[in-house]
Write a protein that binds this ligand. Structure first.
Ligand code: ATP
Ligand code: MG
Length: 258
């Protein structure tokens, strides 16, 4: 693994100086400290993590509840809460802090929508707000609906908890659809398959893998995936108590940990 790391570091510096189209995300000595404003006590949530994510690959962040998965995603995406301090570097193609710019999108753990809108309407409104050209909006919305397998429920209203017309899996796919409308170069997803059945989870991950293979970086936290789901990941970052305990090719983890 060390030789792979070294090779990537070299590529990275070449990218920094050159004109490569590929996007690389690197984090160096990443530490997040939470402050408790009442008594001034602090707590380290992430302990000097190092790693990188590369295009054409999909990375899983795994670890027990409270190990720091969401905190790491938040730190990489530049959306940590205000009571935290981040130390270290997050670099997107060698530039500091750029993961928070429009090149990156973040799908949060919960799905929030306006219940009175239908699926296609939700995507159309989002496209109108976020995309520069109205000419291509409809085309992009239709492409996204097909890509995410939402054709059958496109006219269904989302509704809310007491009367719903779309399933949890469809809601999750809609959340992802909204974030991929802008075709971000980096896509972060927190608990990507939370609350969806295994068939939907498999479909979602297959779509994300296709998105990654389109030259994008996909990093997602995932809770206890089945072996079928796990096999879809290229890279794995395993966290425990805010520390990296494995970082590398997902298929070698069993060998290394044993
Ligand atoms: N802003 C904050 N202030 C104080 N403590 C925090 C803050 N954010 C997270 N924590 C704490 O940091 C630890 C890691 O939280 P985090 O949400 O990253 O875990 P997680 O691995 O995503 O867990 P889960 O699988 O339950 O979502 C937890 O103990 C949490 O209580
Ligand atoms: Mg979390």
């Amino acid at each position: 693994m060390e030789s792979k790391d070294e090779a990537k570091t070299t590529d990275w510096y070449e990218l920094e100086a050159g004109e490569s189209k590929a996007t690389f995300l690197v984090w160096q000595d990443l530490t997040v400290i939470a402050q408790n404003w009442r008594n001034g006590a602090t707590r380290k949530l992430l302990h000097g993590l190092n790693g990188y994510a590369e295009p054409d690959r999909i990375m899983a962040i795994m670890g027990p509840s409270g190990s720091g998965k969401s905190t790491l995603l938040d730190a990489l995406a530049g959306r940590l809460s205000t009571n935290t301090i981040m130390k270290g570097n997050v670099l997107l193609n060698g530039k500091k802090g750029s993961a928070a710019c429009r090149d990156a999108s973040y799908v949060i753990q919960e799905d929030y929508f306006l219940g009175t809108l239908a699926v296609r309407e939700t995507l159309t409104h989002s496209a109108q707000l976020r995309l520069p050209s109205e000419m291509t909006n409809n085309e992009i919305v239709e492409e996204t609906i097909i890509k995410m397998g939402l054709q059958d429920c496109a006219e269904n209203k989302i509704r809310n908890w007491h009367s719903r017309e779309i399933s949890k899996g469809e809601k999750r796919r809609l959340s992802i659809s909204i974030e991929i409308l802008t075709q971000p170069r980096v896509l972060f997803l927190d608990e990507v398959t939370s609350g969806v059945d295994s068939a939907s989870a498999f479909f979602v991950l297959q779509v994300l893998k296709k998105i990654a293979h389109d030259g994008r970086i996909v990093v997602c936290s995932i809770h206890q995936p089945s072996s079928h789901l796990f096999e879809l990941f290229d890279d794995l970052l395993l966290l425990s108590c805010g520390e990296t305990i494995y970082f590398g090719d997902a298929k070698f983890v069993v060998k290394v940990i044993n």
